[in-house]
Design a protein around this ligand. Structure first.
Ligand SMILES: Nc1nc2c(ncn2[C@@H]2O[C@H](COP(=O)(O)OP(=O)(O)OP(=O)(O)O)[C@@H](O)[C@H]2O)c(=O)[nH]1
Ligand SMILES: [Mg+2]
Length: 367
C-alpha cells in the first residue's frame, strides 16, 4: 500500500458515500449502521492542474498521476476501543494509515439514522476522539507492561521505553491526543514511532453537510461547531456534501462542470479532500516529462535530488550526477525545454539540492 489516509467517524455519517466517490468504486453505501464490513482501500489520483497542463503540453503516450490511498472503515461507536460494535477490529486498520480524515455529520435527514438520535457535531467528535485516545492508551499500557518486565533485567532500551510510555500514559489518561508529544533521543523517537499511535497521526475534519447547505457553509451553525474544534486542534476542515459528490461522480465527465456551476462550486469537494489528505502527509510532487510519459512523483518534503532520483530507480540515486530542474510554471509558460534553456531558466542542481514542489526534473546519472 502507498501513502494512506484512513477515514474515521461515527456510523452513518457518510464515510462510505465519500469513499465511493473518491475511489469511484461502488462499495455499498447503505442506510444502516455497520454496512462496511471489510476495510476498503481506494487508490485515488491527486488532482493537480499543473499535471493536467503538463500532460496537455507533452501529449505523452502514458500518464502517471500521484496517488493517495484512502481506507474506508466501519463506523466507530462509544466503547469501540473496548470492542463495542465492529469498530475495534477496524481501529487496527487505521493504525497503518499515515493520516486520518475524520468525517463529521453536519446534515439533518430524518431518513438517515444517527446512532445517538441527534445531529451534534461537537459531541460526535468528542465520542470518536475519546475512542481513539482510549485505543492508544491500551496500546501504550501493553507496551509499558512489556517494557517494565524487560527493564527489570536492566535492558537500557526498555528502561527508556518505560519513561516514554509513562509520560504517554499520563497524557492520554488526561484525554489529550498523542499529537504534539515530543521526545528527545533517537531511541525515544523510535519507541514512540513503533507504537503507531492513532492520535499521533496528522488529522483533518470533513464536515458532511446537507445538499442545500453546500453554498453556505460559512454560515452553517453545525459546520461552525466543527470549525471551532478544528481551530483548537490546529486541524484543517473540508466541507462537502457526500450525497452531491456521489451524484457528481455518477454523471458523465462532460456534464460535471455544468452541474458544479449550477451549485456555484468551482470543483468537486472531493478534490479538496484529496489535496488536504496529501498535504497532511507532508509531501511534495515533482514531475518527469517527455514524449513517452508524464509522471507525477511523490516525495517527502525536504528530501534532496539523489533521493528524489531514487524514487524512480535505485540506479538513478547510486549514479546520480546532477538534476536539470525547471519550475512547472516556466515549463508551461515557455512550452519547450529548448525555450526554457534559451531563456536561462533551466537550473543545474547537485547532490545537496532540496527538491521543490512543482519541479520538473531531468536526472543525469551514470551507472
Ligand atoms: N442527505 C444526505 N444523506 C447522506 C449524505 N451522506 C451520506 N448520506 C446517507 O447516509 C447513509 C449512510 O451513509 P454511508 O456513507 O453508508 O455511512 P458510513 O459513515 O459509511 O456508515 P457505516 O459504514 O455504517 O459506519 C446513506 O443512506 C447515505 O445515502 C449527505 O451528504 N446527505
Ligand atoms: Mg461505511
Amino acid at each position: 500500500m502507498g501513502l494512506s489516509v484512513g477515514i474515521v467517524g461515527l456510523p452513518n455519517v457518510g464515510k462510505s458515500t465519500l469513499f465511493n466517490s473518491l475511489s469511484s468504486k461502488q462499495a455499498e453505501a447503505a442506510n444502516y449502521a455497520f454496512c462496511t464490513i471489510d476495510p476498503n482501500v481506494g487508490v485515488v489520483p491527486v488532482p493537480d492542474p499543473r499535471f493536467d497542463a503538463l500532460v496537455e503540453l507533452f501529449q505523452p503516450k502514458k500518464v502517471v498521476p500521484a496517488t493517495v490511498d484512502f481506507v474506508d472503515i466501519a463506523g466507530l461507536v462509544r466503547g469501540a476501543s473496548k470492542g463495542e460494535g465492529k469498530g475495534n477490529a477496524f481501529l487496527s486498520h487505521i493504525r497503518d494509515a499515515d493520516a486520518i480524515a475524520h468525517v463529521v455529520r453536519c446534515f439533518e435527514d430524518d431518513n438517515v439514522l444517527h446512532v445517538d438520535n441527534r445531529v451534534d457535531p461537537a459531541a460526535d467528535i468528542e465520542t470518536i476522539e475519546t475512542e481513539l485516545v482510549l485505543k492508544d492508551l491500551e496500546t501504550v499500557q501493553k507496551r509499558l507492561d512489556k517494557a517494565r518486565r524487560a527493564a527489570k533485567g536492566q535492558n537500557a532500551y526498555e528502561k527508556k521505553a518505560v519513561a516514554v510510555c509513562e509520560a504517554l500514559e499520563a497524557r492520554l489518561d488526561a484525554g489529550t491526543p498523542a499529537r504534539g508529544f515530543e521526545v528527545e533521543g533517537d531511541d525515544e523517537q523510535r519507541i514512540l514511532h513503533d507504537l503507531f499511535l492513532i492520535t499521533a497521526k496528522p488529522m483533518f475534519y470533513v464536515a458532511n453537510v446537507k445538499e442545500e447547505q453546500i453554498g453556505s457553509t460559512d454560515t452553517d451553525p453545525l459546520v461552525a461547531e466543527v470549525r471551532k474544534i478544528a481551530e483548537e486542534r490546529g486541524a484543517p476542515v473540508v466541507c462537502i456534501s457526500a450525497a452531491i459528490e456521489a451524484e457528481i461522480m455518477q454523471l458523465p465527465e462532460e456534464e460535471r462542470a455544468e452541474f458544479l456551476e449550477s451549485l456555484d462550486l468551482e470543483e468537486p469537494g472531493l478534490h479538496q479532500v484529496i489535496r488536504t489528505g496529501y498535504q497532511m502527509l507532508n509531501l511534495i510532487t515533482f514531475f518527469t516529462c517527455g514524449p513517452n510519459e508524464v509522471h507525477a512523483w511523490t516525495l517527502e518534503k525536504g528530501l534532496k535530488a539523489p533521493q528524489a532520483a531514487g524514487k524512480i530507480h535505485s540506479d538513478f540515486e547510486k549514479g546520480f550526477i546532477r538534476a536539470e530542474v525547471i519550475t512547472s510554471e516556466d515549463m508551461l509558460e515557455l512550452k519547450s525545454e529548448q525555450a526554457v534553456k534559451a531563456a536561462g531558466k533551466m537550473r543545474l542542481e547537485g547532490k545537496e539540492y532540496v527538491v521543490q514542489d512543482g519541479d520538473v526534473v531531468h536526472f543525469r546519472f551514470n551507472v
